[in-house]
Design a binder for this molecule. Sequence first.
Ligand code: SAH
Length: 350
Amino acid sequence: MLTADITIYELEYWLRETDSEKLKELWTAADETRKKHVGDEVHLRGLIEISNHCARTCAYCGIRAPNSEVIRYRMSKEEIMECVAEAVKLGYGTVVMQSGEDYGVKQEWLSDIIRAIKQETELAVTLSMGERPREDIAAWREAGADRYLIRFETSDPLLYDRIHPGGANSKWRNRFEILNLLRSLGYETGGGVMIGIPGQSYAMLARDIDMFRKLDLDMIGVGPYIAHPETPLGSGEIASDIDPRDQVPGTEELTCKVVALTRIVRPDSNIPSTTALATVSKETGRINGLMRGANVVMPNLTPEKYRILYDVYPEKACLNETSDACKGCLQNQIDAIGRDIGSGQGGRKR
Ligand code: SAH
């Protein structure tokens, strides 16, 4: 039954389904649910990757602290405000500032930038700065930030701990505590997972989707895990420890199934068709995400000289495109499927 009360067993059944005729039922149900609850608008969120410094050691991520191959950068306020002006010019309703967990990004420095954006523009401000202390997250809300994204990566505590070496401050529980904190501070709150992590089973992924339902997240981002050779997970140093028949693949199809089922369990959430999905399938990923439940896209506004250094995973889609070209390309794709570009901030409509 493809309704919001679908059981965990049925979720797993759909995740394992490979018959393309049967899958059409899932795609149609997700697309109808999307249309009914969030309409035909596709909201564009301009992504600014403000720093690639990172204090953490996440085993999958290319900008993890121990990766000495990365040339590190941190954007200046002036550079960030230029990207913000570009977002306004291109008609985007939101900017998303993302970075590694960078304690060189000081609380007051970012508060000042948030205040400037809120004073000078109508944009919604979304942050994705990692597991920062409560005081920082509270100060940024006070300064005017509207939304915060932090994925919990997997709902399975053991898998989480395997891919987050680093002891007590890298625990699974922390992510959920931050999600609760964000909500209590009045942020629109976003979480999500990667798909195809070595050691991730279909049953775990079904529980991830159930977790989205329980947490009632405002935004839910999912994308395929993409191996980065300069990481312990990508190099095979940490390997899958489950039966290969249970291991989920990080494919376009499986990601679309998760997007579709997520739409079905959380009909009114904002769900992006992610860059990671567009990366594993450069031709159809973006569009299939949008036709199978997603209603958001996050075009990249980071200056080109930095973009290539924000190397969380390799061969990212649209890496060399200017912001203008990116907007044009998205406009064409959105037109082609009979949808509209969203206007305004595009917050969650309940
Ligand atoms: N430091 C912040 C934001 C940057 S990472 C944070 O941790 O929240 C943003 C997201 O990129 C992560 O949550 C993770 O889901 C994703 N990511 C990192 N490495 C990846 C990889 N190798 N493949 C796919 N997605 C990855």
